[in-house]
Design a protein around this ligand. Structure first.
Ligand code: ZN
Length: 449
């Protein structure tokens, strides 16, 4: 099912095949600019018909007629985009002001999937820090149509050399501590048996604080995963590791190279091996400012973030000085230049906000901030939107998501303005529809704080 290359259309195809004739539940949307596929110009003044969770037809005004009984919904002046897909998050650890493994409960994970849905996010991939079995149960319930929220994909438990996994101490116990190639292969087999979407491996010494996962271990992980038709996402930091991971067959990098600017050889390697790169700019960027960020006052940020957390994030700026943020700014400029280089080379730049990877880097709004930062780093709004829709859908092998063509899932966000003109409009959300149903954002918001 989901993850091992054959997720697909089994369930949804079946639903489509047995769908009833159009009835009162069908919805006819009129008047919006629709970004059908972020790689192509939008349809201005479009109409589209949604029935049984699917886009049935889509075209310019006048080319389609509302069927008898369909509900007509006027979206004049609005812009519709495919719902966002964020393949790099760490769900479940933050709860209010607390950041701890003890917060990793079904209730807390579902709460965060609901915040994602509220913010127009259709699917997320929890990147290797999940505990226990319930994430797999949530996934099964969503597939059966019994549970809402953003669709949960999981990389299960990630792997690394002892203590060389996630950076945060609370996340560390979720990872396998591997010392031999046999252990590495066994860990991969265990995770694949649970039907994880990806295998996650960390290759980083955390600024010299830990002993990095050695090449023999990550090569065994990649080899075993590929034998079992499962792709591997590598956390990278250093340029030399990125080159070796590319040669070893890693399928995606969960971060940018951050110690140096990428050279021609590394760009050629990621191109040659078709590696998907998730920039993950947001966590680093948040540490580059001396003054509280203007987005702390944005409605979407405040809607999805617990109020006490908003205040602690604001308070974290006090005491910062230009000198104290100088090193983070230097690293961040390297990251921005690497995004620009990858885009200029036509590399496969994907998306991942890494929400939840560190305390107070909370979920949902961060996905939208990441889009803004990708544009500031040199991507066009259309390229950034492509990364978070079509490219991420392809990466998760969600063949019925990422664009709004006829036959695809009716997962879309109605915005108050055009994000192709200003990417900040992804945060001005009028309505969200997932699986053809309007997300009840008012009810969700009331339960968030
Ligand atoms: Zn991460």
């Amino acid at each position: 099912m989901r993850g091992n290359g054959v997720r697909g259309n089994g369930l949804f195809g079946l639903l489509l095949a047995v769908s009833l004739p159009l009835g009162a539940a069908s919805m006819f949307f009129e008047g919006a600019r629709v970004i059908v596929d972020a790689r192509r110009p939008p349809l201005e003044n479009a109409t589209f018909l949604v029935d049984n969770g699917r886009i049935v037809k889509i075209g310019k005004a006048g080319t389609l007629k509302a069927p008898a009984g369909a509900r007509r919904i006027d979206l004049a002046g609005k812009t519709v985009i495919p719902a966002l897909i964020d393949p790099h998050v760490h769900l479940g650890y933050q709860k209010g002001l607390s950041y701890a493994a003890a917060n990793f409960t079904r209730e807390n994970v579902i709460d965060q999937l609901n915040r994602d849905a509220y913010a127009g996010i259709a699917a997320v991939l929890s990147m290797g820090t999940d505990l226990g079995d319930f994430p797999f149960q949530i996934r099964a319930e969503q597939e059966a149509g019994k549970l809402g929220g953003a669709l949960l994909f999981t990389a299960g438990r990630g792997m690394a050399a002892p203590n060389a996994g996630p950076g945060n101490a609370e996340l560390k116990p979720s990872a396998y501590d591997l010392t031999t190639e046999d252990e590495a292969r066994k860990a991969v087999r265990e995770q694949v048996a649970r039907k994880v979407a990806f295998i996650k491996v960390w290759v980083d010494d955390r600024n010299g604080a830990v002993k990095k996962t050695p090449p023999a271990i990550y090569r065994a992980i990649i080899d075993e995963a590929h034998k079992l038709h499962t792709r591997v996402v590598a956390h990278v930091y250093y340029l030399d590791d990125a080159k070796d991971l590319a040669r070893a067959g890693a399928d995606a990098f969960a971060h940018l190279v951050r110690d140096k600017e990428m050279d021609d050889e590394s760009i050629a390697l990621v191109q040659q091996h078709k590696i998907l790169i998730m920039p993950n700019l947001g966590i680093a960027e948040a540490r580059t400012h001396v003054d509280p960020a203007p987005w702390l006052d944005e409605p979407l940020f405040r809607d999805v973030t617990p109020a006490a957390l908003v205040e602690r994030i604001r308070a974290a700026y006090s005491g910062r000085t230009p000198a104290s943020v100088e090193a983070t700014q230097k690293t961040y400029r390297t990251m921005q230049r690497n995004v620009a280089k990858l885009v200029a080379a036509g590399a496969n730049v994907g998306f991942g906000a890494d929400s939840g990877a560190a305390p107070d880097y909370f979920h949902a709004f961060t996905t939208h901030r990441e889009l803004q930062l990708m544009v500031e780093a040199g991507m066009t709004p259309a390229q950034a939107l492509t990364a978070v829709t079509a490219t991420s859908a392809a990466f998760l092998r969600l063949s019925d998501r990422g664009t709004l063509e006829a036959g695809k899932a009716a997962d879309f966000v109605v915005l108050d303005g055009n994000p192709l003109a200003d990417i900040a409009y992804t945060r001005k959300i009028y309505k969200v529809y997932l699986r053809g149903q309007e997300v009840n954002r008012t009810a969700l918001r009331g339960a968030f704080q």
